[in-house]
Design a protein around this ligand. Sequence first.
Ligand code: A3P
Length: 316
Amino acid sequence: RSATNSSPESHGTDLISKLPMRETPSEPQILYKNFWFRRIFLERIMLLEATFKARHDDIILATNPKCGTTWLKALSFAITNRSHYDSGNHPLLTRHPQEVIPTIDVEIPLNGDLNFIEKLPPPRILATHLPLSLLPESIRIQGCRIVYICRDPKDAFVSRWHFVSDFFGEKTDINVAFNMFCEGVVDYGPYWDHCLEYWRESVKSDRILFLKYEEMMLEPVKFVKVLASFLGAPFTGEEEDAGVPEELVRLCSFKTLSGVNSSQTEVVQRGSVVVKKSAYFRRGKVGDWVNHISEEMARKLDDIVQEKLKGSGLVF
Ligand code: A3P
């Protein structure tokens, strides 16, 4: 195929077939610039690389899958739109957080049409699971602000293992899935490299706000204020006196959002995949790994992660 008649999509497809690949009990994983993806994600990521143009006021919510994306989307939407709604008629009571903020690398259609984000009012809030090194170049050039949230890898693994069963219908044995996770060969993995890239950049630059799920669960009001300031929408003294931060924390809590998204039949469209709304709200607990993996597995993963993060200042 000549360079002139090759679309971004066909270019990506040609390139993908030349990349290193690992068979897994589910879909093969493909290594692209040091991170692993299944084909359905990689095609879209390449398309995004070729077509996405960031605007300077775009805000990027970056997460490794299952680390709190849904929560972060809900909070960011509620914070930045708080002047438009009160808690009685809030869109989050009828629309899923995944529907109010798009995850660009998952939802970009295969024809490359970016209309789904072009029409968003500024500042656009866009989510992604991409590692920092794979973000479209224009995000760096434009100096966009980035919020990153990470989570204890053991809980992230357990959450992911449950979710792929809803998302892809995959029922991989947990021990097998765990070994793949420990090898780093999972979508958007290795997990630790994903965290480290954002962590290191956040130490150098105040354009990245680095959050941890566990810390946010402990002190949600504190972090909702930090997030609001970072998003350029700090709470006024009057709002704080009126308990607005607490109200937004309640609106976006696991309890509220899992309650309004409990239907087993209603779905959200995620790219080419349709997922039950309730799948994004499983337990919402810190330390639920203890109910799913053994102490020995936990130690193994902790050791791997500790070794990988050594000297970085990042700890889980
Ligand atoms: P569990 O599977 O451990 O319950 P993501 O949104 O990145 O896909 O992550 C999903 C994880 O976040 C799930 O974890 C889910 O239950 C939890 N979660 C979803 N909404 C939440 C909320 N409002 N507050 C806290 N945790 C939430």
